[in-house]
Design a protein around this ligand. Structure first.
Ligand SMILES: Cc1ncc(COP(=O)(O)O)c(C=O)c1O
Length: 384
C-alpha cells in the first residue's frame, strides 16, 4: 500500500509508546495521562439517556451543531471569555482536536509556516505537519516561568508565516499566558497579518491569582482568531468527543468546509450531553479545580524533596507540570522515562514529545488521586 510522505514523516507518539510499554507491568503509578480520572457528572449522563429514549440522537444534526447548543455556547463565551459571539460564529466539533485540525486545514497551504511556542502540545505539531505545513518552534522562556518570548516570535516571522498556534493554560508546562503578554502578541500578529489559532482546553483550571485570558476578547482581534474549546477537561468528558470553536462568520464558512469531510457533524448524543453540561450547575468545574489545586501543591512538595534530580517551574494552570531532569540523566528524556517505568514502575511522559526544547524534561500529570502521586514519588525517592 502507498503511504503518503506527509504521514510517513510523522513519528510514533512518545505518549502512546509509553502507554504501550506501561501496559506490560502491573501496579504502575501513572503520572503520564492528561485525562481527568473523575466520572462525567450524573446530570449530564441522565440528560443523554433521556435524549436517547426520546429518539433525538439517531440522525445527523446540522454540520455546525444543534441550535440549542450553539445558543448555550454563545452565553458561555460572553460570561466566561468576554467574547461577544453570534450563533453563526460557532462550530460544534469532535473535541478540541477536530476543531484544531479543521482550523489548521483552513488557514494554511502546503509549505506555509506556523509558529508554535514550545514546548507545546505534541498534537499541534503533528496537525501542522499533517496539513503539509512547517512547524516553526520558538522556545518559551523557561527561566521566566515559561513565558512567551515576543522578540523571538517577531524574529521567526517570514513571508511564509501564516499563523501562530498555542494552548493556554499550556500542555505540557501548565503556564497561563497573562493578558499583557497576549496583548503584546496580538499587536505582532496584527502587524504581520497572522491568524491566531488557540487551544483553550484548560481554560477553567488556573490557580493562585492567575486568570485565563482569551485573545479573541480583544476587539481588534475578532477577525483574526480561531478559538478552540472543549468539554473534555471542564466536565470530565474525554470519551464524549465534544468541543466547539469560535471564529468570525465569514471565516467559519471556510472552516466548515474542512469540518464536513472530517466528521459531517459532532456526535449528536454528545451534543445533548454538552447542552446539559452548559445549562446545568457549574459546580463540578470548581470541584475539579480545587482537587487539582491540592494535587499540584502536593506534587510540588514531593518534587522539592527530589531537588537533586529535578528543577521545576510551579504551574499556574492546567493539571500538568514539566520538571527539568538535572545532570547527565537528563540528556535523553525517553530513556529516563523508560528507566523510571522499568525500574520504579512509574509512568511519566518524556519531554521530547513536546518539541525539541522539551528534551531533558518529563511531563507529570496531577489530575490523579493524591495516593497515586504519593505512590509514584515514594518509588521515585527510593529509585533516584
Ligand atoms: C492542550 C490540549 N488540547 C486538546 C486536548 C484534547 O482535547 P479533546 O479531547 O477536546 O479533543 C488535550 C488533551 O490532552 C490537550 O491537552
Amino acid at each position: 500500500m502507498n503511504i503518503s510522505t506527509r504521514v510517513k514523516q510523522l513519528k510514533k507518539s512518545a505518549i502512546h509508546e509509553m502507554t504501550r510499554l506501561s501496559k506490560q507491568f502491573d501496579d504502575v503509578a501513572f503520572l503520564s495521562w492528561a485525562k481527568p480520572v473523575s466520572e462525567t457528572p450524573a446530570h449530564i449522563n441522565e440528560a443523554v439517556i433521556s435524549a436517547i429514549k426520546n429518539n433525538l440522537t439517531g440522525g445527523y444534526s446540522q454540520s455546525e451543531g444543534l441550535v440549542e447548543l450553539r445558543e448555550e455556547i454563545v452565553k458561555k463565551l460572553q460570561r466566561d471569555n468576554n467574547i461577544k459571539a453570534d450563533i453563526s460564529e460557532i462550530l460544534v466539533t469532535v473535541g478540541a482536536i477536530e476543531g484544531l485540525m479543521a482550523s489548521v486545514m483552513s488557514v494554511i497551504d502546503p509549505g506555509d509556516e506556523v509558529i508554535l511556542p514550545t514546548p507545546t502540545y505534541s498534537t499541534h505539531i503533528t496537525q501542522v505537519k499533517l496539513a503539509s505545513g512547517i512547524p516553526v518552534m520558538v522556545p518559551l522562556q523557561e527561566n521566566d516561568n515559561y513565558s512567551l518570548d515576543i522578540e523571538a516570535i517577531k524574529k521567526a516571522i517570514t513571508p511564509k508565516t501564516k499563523a501562530i498556534m498555542f494552548c493556554t493554560p499550556s500542555n505540557p508546562t501548565g503556564t497561563v499566558f497573562p493578558e499583557n503578554k497576549l496583548r503584546e502578541l496580538a499587536e505582532v500578529t496584527l502587524e504581520h497579518n497572522l491568524t491566531v489559532i488557540t487551544d483553550e482546553a484548560y481554560e477553567y483550571f488556573t490557580y493562585d491569582d492567575q486568570k485565563h485570558f482569551s485573545i479573541a476578547s480583544i476587539p481588534e482581534m475578532k477577525d483574526k482568531v480561531i478559538t478552540n474549546y472543549t468539554l473534555t477537561k471542564s466536565y470530565a468528558m474525554t470519551g464524549w468527543r465534544i468541543g466547539y470553536l469560535h471564529c468570525n462568520k465569514e471565516n467559519i464558512q471556510h472552516i466548515k468546509k474542512a469540518h464536513i469531510p472530517l466528521t459531517i457533524c459532532a456526535p449528536v448524543a454528545s451534543q445533548y450531553a454538552a447542552i446539559a453540561a452548559l445549562k446545568g450547575s457549574q459546580q463540578c468545574i470548581e470541584k475539579f479545580r480545587m482537587s487539582y489545586f491540592k494535587s499540584r501543591n502536593l506534587m510540588c512538595e514531593r518534587l522539592d524533596r527530589l531537588s537533586s534530580v529535578f528543577e521545576y517551574v510551579k504551574p499556574d494552570g492546567a493539571y500538568l507540570m514539566f520538571p527539568k531532569i538535572l545532570g547527565k540523566q537528563g540528556k535523553d528524556s525517553f530513556e529516563f522515562s523508560k528507566r523510571l517505568l522499568y525500574e520504579a514502575k512509574v509512568s511519566t511522559t518524556p519531554g521530547v514529545a513536546f518539541g525539541p526544547t522539551g528534551e531533558g524534561h518529563i511531563r507529570l500529570s496531577f489530575c490523579v488521586p493524591e495516593e497515586m502521586i504519593n505512590k509514584a514519588f515514594d518509588r521515585m525517592e527510593k529509585y533516584l
